[in-house]
Every structure is written in C-alpha cells, then in structure tokens.
Write a protein that binds this ligand. Structure first.
Ligand code: FUL
Ligand code: CA
Length: 746
C-alpha cells in the first residue's frame, strides 16, 4: 500500500474519532453486565476507582472479547485495480475473479484459529459485493457469474460451514453514490443498505464502521445519522458489537498490530448529561468537546490519574486491526511482502496478549483465492501458537497453603469461565511449586472480566539459586495478558498482585516456553573468497538442521555440527528442533560472493567511515546507535554510490537504510534515487522519491524497500542530503548529516 494513503487513512481515522458520539444509550443494553457508570459529582478517587472496578462488559462485548482473533477480508474492485482507495468511478466490468472459492477463505481462516470473518461488503469506492437494490454499482453489473452472484451470501454461508462467526464492514464514506453529502437522503440510502445486510445473511456478530471519511462526488461532507444506524443494528442483530465508529468496540489507535502495554477496557466517557445525549446526541458530543480514547499517542487511557477526572465510565475494549501485507487489498507485488510467521507471532503477543482482540486482514487475490504466501505464513504462525500453548508448565503445581484454598486446576483448565478470588484482600501473592524444575519464558494471565478489570500491577518472581529473582511484571491484565522474558530455569514461582482496584479474580495462569530460536552469524553478507557461518541456539537440547537448496529443513536435512564454509553464492535456511519435535521458525539468509565493488563519489566523514565502503554491502546492519561503526556518515554532502555486481543479473528487490537522529543533526535525505545499468554507462532510473520531512524529535531507522524486476550489473544509489537544518533546529542553517547503511540489490 502506498504509504501516504496509509498515513492519510490513519489521520482521517483519528480525526473521525474525535467526533464520535457518546451513545450511552446504545452502550447500556444487552445485559448481563452494567457496562456504564455515571459517577456522582464530588466522588473521591477511591470511590471512582471502586466504581470502575464494577464496570463490566455487556453480553455482546464479552462474547466478542472471547473470540480473541478475527479475520478481516478486504476484497472488491480495488483488488482488480491494484489500488487501496477507489475513487468511485471504477468499472464493475473489471470485477471478475475466475477461481473464486469462499470455502477456501473460510477454511484457511478457520484452520488458522480465527473465530470470525469480517467482510468488506462495501469499501469507500461504493462498490457492493452483493446485488444491492439501491445502486447499480454492484457485482450485478459485473461479469462474475454473469451478474447473478451474491458474494456476501457465499461468504456468510462458507462461514457457517466452517463454524466462523460472520461480521460486516460497510463503509459509511461512499465515493460513488451521487446522493452522498445530501445528508438525509444518503442516510436513508445507507440505512437501506445496512438493513439488507443485517436481514438477509443470517446472524451478524460484528458491524465495523470505518473512521475514514471524506468528501463525496459532489464535494459535500455527509453528516452521518449514527443514532439511526445503531438503532437499526440493535433491532436486527442485537448480538452484534458495533465497532470503531460505534459504542461497543474501540479502535486501538494504530494499524501497526501493536497495542498498549497498559490497556484498560474501562475508560472515561465525557461529562455529558445523559438525557440530553439521548435526546440529541450529535450536538451533545460536539458541545461537550468530548474526545474519545482513540489516539494511540495517548499511552494511558484508563489509569487512576485519568479516570479520577472523569464523570462517566464505560466498558469500551480495544481492537487491533492490521494487515498481513503492507496494503489492505491484495497487490501482486506484495506477494513477497507477506508478514512472516515470526512477525505475526509478535503481533499476537502484542495484541491479544495486551488485552485486545486481533483483527488480522487477509486479502484474497484477483483470482478470488487467498494466496499461497499468506497461507504458508498463517499455517506456521498457527502451528507455532499451538506448540507454545500446548503445555502449561503450571499445571499440577502445588500451591502454598494459606491462599484461600486455591486449587490450581481452576487456573489451568483452559477455561476462562472458571476463576478464583483470593478473598477480600486486594493485594496478595500466590506461591507455587511446579511439578518439576523446568525452563519457561512466557507468562499468561487472565482476569475474569465478567466481574470487571481490576489488576493494576503484578510481578512474577522465580526461585533461582536459593533466592527470589524478579522475572517479569506489568500493569494491566484484563481479558488476557502475555509476557515474554529471557528463559528462567526454576521449579518455584511467585505471582504477586501488587495493586488492584478491588479484589482481583483470576481465571487463568500459564507458564510456557517459546519456540526455540536459531541465530545465524553473520546474517546475510557478501564476501570475496569464502565465508564462515556459525549457527547457534539458546537452548541446549536441540539439534540444528539446514539446507542450501531453498527448501525448508526438517529432521532429515543436514545436521549442523561445525561452522559452515561457503565458497560461492549460497542461500541458507536453518531450523532448530527440540527432542519433542518442536521446531523453530526457519531462518533464511544469503551469502553473495563478493564480486561487489562499490565506489563513492563523495568521501564520507573520517569518523563515520563504517570501516570502508564495503560496510554498505556487508550484510551487517547498522543499529539504532549511529556510532556503532556500521553507519557511513556524510556531513553536508550526498551519498552517491555505484555498485558493480560483477556480471549482469536478474534483480527484483532493492533496499537501503538511513539513520535519523535529529537531535544529533542527522536527517534523512530529501530525495532518494536508484538507477540501474548493464554497461556502467547508460543508467535508467527505477525509483525516485522524496522522503518527506522529519518530526522534531525523530530517532529512527528509515528503511526504503521496493520491488522492481530488471537486468543489471551496475546499481547507482543517490541520496540527496537534507541540506541546511530547518528553522526550529538549534543548529538552524548548518549542514545536516546523512547516515546510511546496507544497500541491497537482489
Ligand atoms: C481504514 C480504511 O481507509 C482502509 O482502507 C481499511 O479499510 C482500514 C481497515 O480502515 O480506515
Ligand atoms: Ca479457569
């Protein structure tokens, strides 16, 4: 996906969220729990904290939270136009998936552990994947199934077949519909579409209203009648949560896949009078200046400090939406950029493991199938989660007496509905002797949220070398908290709840071991004559296997014994396998024989020479520390490098890194260009972009990576220095530094 579009959607999402209406009235129904509380004016902090501890999810919110992982499916005309945001003038004639099979979608999604599928029935381009009666901009005008198909129907049926719940995404922003912007007329149009989707496709469990919103074809801004939309959803699908621009589920505030470490599901709603909101909610929202907790930059949305200033509190849990690819829609060029299983696992720990649900987007391709590359990544991700969470090492532990007669099985029965209360005291610690002395590096905790979210701080210690050593800890737990830490070898642990709003209620506790991890040193490099490569693993009882033919190694592949010596260009793939068969993720590296020659037009600064120009192609990547010896720095001048690959090769991927640290005067280049040539004389440009302007306190590595197929022997990289430091900078007017490392052309 085009970065500026992605950024734009984020900004629009944020902006849109500022105008969300506080719809207490919608939030409140659907018991069992009271998910809203109005605080008495003048309440003490203690009283507010206790009230917060009693706010609980509504029935639909609880059911939704327990799903944990949900798949998002972006599919539509954009898939055929190779774009992210259609303009609304696309030709339905282009919609023609020749192999479409929604059973394949549902099977892949359900086999990957997801519990619901949310379908983009209509995205911003206005194109409907069902034959809507209210517009001709639908699949009925497409060649697919001679215009007789109903994709929403097929998807909903496949979901039922594979035991997936079904959710709908219907974009309020419609760039095709001519009446968009004539507010009452479009609201009726939208309600008609919504009604059709909620009436004809069985049970709907989530309705996802996007925050992205802009002008329609006539340039007018639409005023959405959210109240009517919500009323209709409640009437026709009372079990469905309404998300993002809705009262039940909150957008976490980022599309990166990473939620907050401190994530409260109980957050303030503005100090508004409930009657007036019920009567006239839109105006009330605007006049009270209510700002919803949608902005990720606000790290803390519900701690004591925040709720103590609130007038109303609401159960409003967070959802982390992220795509398995750079874009939300499928693009052929992104088949090689599917997030690898290790990244998906990291996202899982940082979303589900941080008291959120994960909404992972898996966009089918233009043939109408989920692509092999996505399936492979999902399979390994799912296998990894299964093997990590298969054996809870806390199972069978004996509890130190005095802990309110806890039977550990309540916490290890994989059932979040059975739970344990330590008694009246809010602080307590739970000491457990494990069945055996063992290795672990993951802690799982679950609170019984049907009685509220209460834990504010916890720590885990382990008995190592006859003393208690701190292992990990955190703030919130909520529905689920997962923490990773360096491997501990111990047979006794102690969980302490150091701070809690009221007596906490734990439903699950687990200790697990991550997959083994292989380390490869050096990781990808170029060399002149030969190179030695060392493989290792942090665990003792594992064997390492490798291949050099591109295939994924298994226990029958070559075992690693000594450092490997490669004399020619080699692609290496290795895994570590435990005795019980648990395998690490495969690690792939490549070693290119160093016919590389690299010439720089401008000499780098002596202090930041990277130890020679080869530093730019040696496979050792510069870290966040610009002075780590890998980075090559230019003071006021440009990077102008020419690589000679030795012979003409087929190239398909290019990348380069820049270090930016504005406080140390290191700025990104203003412009970057890649050129290629077969003869070293005639170069043609394959990439040219300006890299934008940094934020004031930017400290980051900027990686530019793009795919382009060509034949070339020479690659020229030109990065134009940012120039004079800008007015706001203490060094204003002085020349900026440019720091670069690792150019790849593969
Ligand atoms: C955003 C949209 O603009 C994107 O295209 C995508 O649908 C994402 C889930 O939400 O706001
Ligand atoms: Ca339990």
């Amino acid at each position: 996906m085009n970065k500026s579009v992605c950024a734009a959607s984020l900004v629009i999402n944020l902006l849109a969220l500022f105008f969300i209406t506080p719809h207490f009235i919608f939030a409140q129904e659907n018991t069992p729990g009271n998910n809203f509380v109005s605080l008495k004016p003048g309440s003490s902090v203690q009283e507010i904290v206790e009230s917060a501890a009693h706010v609980v999810p509504s029935g639909r919110q609880l059911a939704w939270q327990r799903l944990e992982t949900i798949a998002f499916v972006h599919f539509g005309l954009n898939t055929f136009y190779n774009q992210e945001w259609g303009r609304g003038n696309e030709d339905p004639g282009r919609f023609n998936p020749t192999l479409l099979n929604t059973d394949q979608w549902a099977r892949v999604i359900s086999e990957s552990g997801f519990k619901m599928l949310i379908m983009t029935c209509k995205h911003h381009d206005g194109f409907c994947l069902w034959p809507s009666k209210f517009t001709t901009h639908t699949i009925a005008s497409s060649p697919w199934m001679n215009g007789k198909g109903d994709l929403v129907k097929q998807v909903s049926e496949s979901c039922r077949k594979y035991h997936l719940k079904f959710g709908i995404y219907l974009s309020p922003w419609d760039r095709h519909e001519p009446c968009y912007g004539n507010s009452p007329e479009y609201n009726t149009f939208f309600l008609n579409q919504l009604k059709a989707l909620l009436s004809n496709y069985g049970t709907v469990d989530e309705v996802w209203f996007d925050g992205a919103c802009g002008e329609g074809t006539n340039g007018k801004k639409q005023v959405y009648d959210w109240d009517s939309y919500y009323t209709l959803v409640r009437k026709l699908q009372p079990g469905a949560v309404i998300s993002i621009m809705g009262p039940d589920v909150r957008w976490v505030g980022t599309e990166s896949g990473y939620g907050r470490e401190t994530e409260w599901s109980v957050v303030p709603y503005s100090s508004a009078n409930q009657d007036s909101i019920a009567g006239n909610s839109q105006q009330a929202a605007l006049s009270t200046g209510f700002i919803p907790p949608g902005d990720m930059e606000q790290e803390d949305l519900g701690s004591r400090n925040i709720i103590s200033k609130a007038s109303n509190l609401i159960w409003y849990p967070s959802e982390v939406d992220v795509s398995i690819r750079p874009g939300w829609f499928w693009h052929a060029s992104e088949n090689t950029r599917v997030k690898p299983p290790a990244k998906l696992l990291d996202i899982y720990f940082s979303s589900v493991g941080r008291n959120s649900t994960l909404l992972l987007n898996i966009p089918p391709d233009s043939t109408g199938l989920i692509n092999e590359s996505d399936i492979n990544s999902l399979n390994s991700w799912n296998k990894a989660r299964e093997s990590i969470f298969m054996k809870n090492l806390a199972e069978g532990a004996s509890i130190k007496p005095g802990n309110n007669a806890l039977n550990i099985t309540i916490l290890t029965d994989k059932n979040d509905l059975t739970s344990w209360k330590p008694g009246k005291q809010a602080l307590y610690s739970l000491e457990m002797t494990l069945e055996s002395v063992t290795d672990f590096n993951v802690l799982l905790l679950q609170e019984s949220i049907s009685t509220g979210q209460r834990i504010e701080h916890f720590t885990l210690d382990a008995w190592v070398d006859s003393v208690w050593r701190p292992v990990t800890g955190g703030t919130t737990v909520g529905y689920k908290r997962l923490l990773r830490f360096p491997t501990v070898h111990s047979g006794k642990v102690r969980l302490s709840i150091d701070q809690s709003r009221l007596e906490p209620e734990l439903s699950e506790l687990g200790l697990y071991q991550m997959l083994p991890q292989v380390h490869v040193n050096p990781s990808s490099a170029s060399f002149r004559e030969s190179i030695d490569v060392v493989l290792s693993c942090d665990e003792k009882d594992v064997s390492i296997f490798y291949t050099t033919d591109g295939s994924e190694p298994g226990p029958k592949s070559s075992p690693y014994i000594h450092p490997l010596e490669f004399k020619g260009t080699t692609d290496l793939c290795c895994v570590a396998i435990r005795k019980d068969g648990t395998s690490s993720f495969p690690v792939r590296t490549s070693y290119t024989q160093g016919t590389y020659d690299i010439k720089l037009k401008n000499a780098p600064d002596e202090k930041y020479s990277g130890g020679g120009t080869l530093a730019l192609v040696d496979g050792a990547i510069g870290t966040n520390d610009f002075a780590d010896g890998h980075w090559i720095g230019f003071n006021g001048t440009d990077l102008d490098a020419t690589l000679d690959l030795g012979s003409v090769r087929n190239l398909h991927e290019f990348s380069i890194n820049f270090n930016e640290c504005t406080k140390s005067w290191i700025f990104r280049p203003q412009q970057l260009e890649f050129l290629v040539s077969e003869d070293g004389e005639k170069f043609s440009s394959v990439y040219k972009k300006s890299l934008g302007i940094p934020e004031k306190d930017s400290e980051q590595i900027i990686r530019v990576n793009f795919d382009f197929s060509c034949k070339a022997r020479y690659v020229k990289v030109r990065a134009i220095n940012f120039g004079k430091l800008p007015g706001w900078h203490p060094g204003s007017g002085e020349p900026a530094w440019l720091f670069s490392d690792e150019i790849t052309a593969r």
